[in-house]
Design a protein around this ligand. Structure first.
Ligand code: CTP
Length: 392
C-alpha cells in the first residue's frame, strides 16, 4: 500500500545514509517528503534530499516559503507515517519534553499518526540513563523505536549506537503495527528452504526465499510478541527477533522441537525438504559416466506433524505450497498434520516462492476456506497474525 512517509533528518553522521533510504522507500512505491534540521544539513545536503525525494525539503529557512501555509502544519497533515532518521540524543530529549524549536520537532508535535524513531549516536550517549529514560518515555507515548545496532562507530571503535542497516530500517518501516496485538505471546516461526548435503560441495534444496516466514517474524515482533525465527535465510530482521540459523531439515527439527515448550504460537512457513541423502559423502562425488547416478534418499522428520502430535497449549500453523489442486491438497494437509490453521499458497508461474507479494487462503478445521486479498508479504503476514490472535 502506498503511504505518504515523512522522513525527518537530524544532525548525526548517519544522516549521510538517508538519501539511500529515501530512494528505497520511493522504489517500494511510497511518496516521501523530507524535513531536516540545520545541524542535519552539515552532514547531508538539502539538494540531495530534494532530488531523491522529488520534493522540496522543509528546513527552518523554508518554513514560510509559501506564506499561505505554514510548512510544519502542512507536512504534518500530509504524512501517514513519520520516520526520524537518524534520531540524535538531542532530538530524542526534545521530543521527550514536547519541545518544538525547529521544523522537525514542530512537525512531529503537530502530527498524530505513527512516529518511528531510528536513534543513532555515540555508545556513551545511547547508554546514558538520561537518553534511556527519554526513550522509555517516548515508547510510553506510542513512539516506535528501532534499537541501534552494535558495530563500528564513526569514532573509530565498536559499540552500541550504530544506525542499523538500511534493509533493517526498511523492515522496521514496513512492519510497524498500530497496536501491540500480540503483546505477551511467544511466537516461533520457521522460514526458508532447507539444504540437504550430498557431498562437501553439493546439496539439495528448493526455491523458497524465506520472505514469507521472515515477514511473519518481523510483523509478530512489531506487534509486541517475543519471537524466535528458525531460518535458513539471511534476510533483514528486527533487532527484537531471536534468530536461530539452521541449514538442514534435521537442524530445523532440533531447533523447533527444543523451543516448542516455551511457545504459544508455532508457524511453520519453511519449505522443509521431505528427503535427505541417506549418506552425505565425505569427499566430492565423482562423475559416474553414462551409467547415471542413483541417490539413496531417506525421509526427514515431518516437523509440523510432530508439533501437531506433541502440542499441549500451542496454536499450530502450517503452510501448504501447491502447484495444483490447491484447496484439496491443503485440506488434506490440515487434517494429516493436526494443525489449527493452514495457509494455502499457490506456487509456480512466478507466484509464491521468492516473490514480494502473496495470495493465500486460510483453512481451519470445520470452517469455510477464507481467501485473503493478494498483497505484499508483510500485509499478508499481518492478516495471518491477526487471524491467529483472534483464535487464541
Ligand atoms: N513440513 C514440516 N516438515 C517436513 C515437511 C513439511 O514441518 N519435513 C511443514 C512445512 O513447513 C509446511 C507444511 O509442513 O508448514 C507443508 O509442507 P509442504 O512441503 O507443502 O507439504 P509436505 O507435507 O511436504 O507434503 P508434499 O510434499 O507431499 O506436498
Amino acid at each position: 500500500m502506498t503511504k505518504h512517509i515523512g522522513v525527518f533528518v537530524t544532525g548525526g553522521i548517519a544522516a549521510y545514509k538517508v538519501p539511500g533510504i529515501v530512494r528505497d522507500l520511493i522504489r517500494a512505491g511510497h511518496e516521501v517528503r523530507v524535513a531536516m534540521t540545520a545541524s542535519a544539513a552539515t552532514f547531508v545536503t538539502e539538494s540531495t534530499l530534494a532530488t531523491v525525494s522529488q520534493h522540496p525539503v522543509l528546513t527552518d529557512a523554508a518554513e514560510l516559503a509559501a506564506p499561505e501555509q505554514v510548512g510544519h502544519v502542512a507536512l504534518a497533515r500530509w504524512c501517514d507515517l513519520a520516520v526520524v532518521v537518524p534520531a540524535t540524543a538531542n532530538t530524542l530529549a526534545k521530543l521527550a519534553c514536547g519541545l518544538a524549536d525547529n521544523v522537525v520537532t514542530t512537525t512531529l508535535l503537530a502530527f498524530n499518526g505513527p512516529k518511528l524513531l531510528v536513534p543513532a549516536m555515540n555508545d556513551g550517549m545511547w547508554r546514558n540513563p538520561q537518553t534511556q529514560a527519554n526513550v522509555a518515555h517516548l515508547k510510553d507515548w506510542g513512539f516506535h523505536v528501532l534499537q541501534p545496532a552494535t558495530g563500528f562507530l564513526a569514532e573509530g571503535h565498536s559499540g552500541v549506537g550504530r544506525m542499523p542497516d538500511p534493509a533493517v530500517i526498511a523492515a522496521f518501516i514496513a512492519t510497524v503495527q498500530d497496536e501491540a496485538f500480540l503483546a505477551g505471546r511467544r511466537v516461533l516461526v520457521t522460514a526458508g528452504g532447507t539444504r540437504e548435503r550430498l557431498d562437501p560441495v553439493r546439496y539439495m534444496t528448493n526455491d523458497s526465499s524465506g520472505k514469507m516466514g521472515t515477514a511473519l517474524a518481523n510483523v509478530a515482533a512489531a506487534a509486541g510478541a517475543t519471537v524466535t525465527l528458525v531460518t535458513t535465510a539471511t534476510l533483514p530482521v528486527l533487532p527484537e527477533v531471536a534468530v536461530v540459523p539452521v541449514v538442514s531439515a534435521e537442524e530445523m527439527a532440533t531447533a523447533v522441537l527444543g523451543a516448542f515448550a516455551q511457545t504459544d504460537v508455532a508457524i511453520m512457513a519453511a519449505a522443509v525438504s521431505d528427503y535427505r541423502p541417506k549418506q552425505a559423502a565425505d569427499a566430492k562425488l565423482k562423475k559416474n559416466g553414462p551409467a547415471g547416478l542413483t541417490l539413496a534418499l531417506a525421509q526427514t522428520q515431518d516437523i509440523l506433524k510432530t508439533l501437531g502430535e506433541r502440542r499441549t497449549h500451542q496454536f499450530v500453523v502450517g503452510f501448504a505450497a501447491e502447484t495444483d489442486h490447491l484447496l484439496a491438497h491443503a485440506q488434506a494437509k490440515l487434517l494429516a498434520k493436526g494443525a489449527d490453521l493452514l495457509v494455502a499458497n499457490q506456487v509456480g508461474g512466478g507466484r509464491g516462492f521468492n516473490a514480494d507479494d502473496n495470495a493465500v487462503t486460510l483453512l481451519a478445521p470445520g470452517q469455510q476456506p477464507e481467501p485473503l486479498p493478494a498483497a505484499a508479504k508483510v500485509e499478508v503476514a499481518a492478516a495471518i497474525l491477526r487471524r491467529i490472535e483472534a483464535s487464541l
